[in-house]
Structures are given as C-alpha cells and as structure tokens.
Design a protein around this ligand. Structure first.
Ligand SMILES: [Zn+2]
Ligand SMILES: [Zn+2]
Length: 138
C-alpha cells in the first residue's frame, strides 16, 4: 500500500509536474466517464482540470497508463462538457492560460448571456469582453 505522502504528480496532458489547484468535485452527470471522479487537479501549465486519479502516480509505469486513460477515456468527455467561449471558441483552460500570462488573477473568466429558453445562455469570456468584468475587480 502506498501512503498519501508519496503521491507524485504528472499531468497526463502536458507532462507538467506542477499543480495549480486540487479540489473535490461532485459530478451531477452520473452516466459518463466522470461518474466516479471525486477529485480533480488543475494543471499549473496547461490549466486543464484533470481527474486526480490520472494525475497522481506512484510508479513510473503508471505515468503511461494515466496518459492512455486520460486521452481515451476522460478527455473526450471533458472536451464535450468543458466551458467554452461562444465568441472566440477557446476552452476555459486556454483562456485561463492567457489571463495568467497577462498577470491577471481572476477566478471568473466567463459570463453567461441570458437565455429565455433556459438551456443555459451563451458563455462569453473575459478576453472577448473585458469591459463586462470591470465591476468584479478584486
Ligand atoms: Zn498540464
Ligand atoms: Zn472569448
């Protein structure tokens, strides 16, 4: 048995060993690959949120396994449900990376336009409409 303190991190997307956040998740969608994911890690390099179980490894052998599982199992689902700007079509991790590179610390990177049909309005990102975020300065 491996102890928690021996956990090592490597992003299965970009191979960075640096993590930005580690957080608990409660997935509402129960019939996809993420049904059993309870914890995710946001990579400090590519900014993707990735299930902790494929970000953590104990042996080098696991790194390759994690990459395969991420690419074939989790990532296709993630790409379908990930927040994406309706104007520039960038995903949240691409936007967060750009915002980070601009030295802006912000947790809110999208606003949602109102949609009367209730199907969730369109998302517009901070890069496309910086004015909309001026009132939310931290
Ligand atoms: Zn990464
Ligand atoms: Zn945008």
């Amino acid at each position: 048995m491996q102890k928690k303190s021996q956990e090592k991190f490597q992003c299965p997307e970009c191979e960075s060993k640096n993590i930005r956040f580690r957080f608990k998740v409660n997935n509402k969608i129960k019939n996809n690959a993420y049904a059993n994911v309870t914890e995710e890690i946001q990579c400090a390099s590519c900014f993707m949120d990735i299930p902790a179980n494929v970000f953590i490894y104990n042996t080098d052998y696991e790194i390759e396994d994690n990459k395969k599982i991420w690419q074939s199992y989790y990532k296709p689902v993630h790409l379908k449900v990930a927040a994406q700007c309706s104007k520039c079509n960038l995903y949240y991790w691409q936007i967060e990376k750009q915002i980070f590179d601009m030295n802006i610390t912000a947790s809110d990177i999208f606003y949602q336009t109102y949609d009367t049909k209730g199907s969730g309005g369109k998302m517009v990102c901070r890069l496309c409409d910086p004015e909309a975020f001026k009132n939310n300065k931290q």
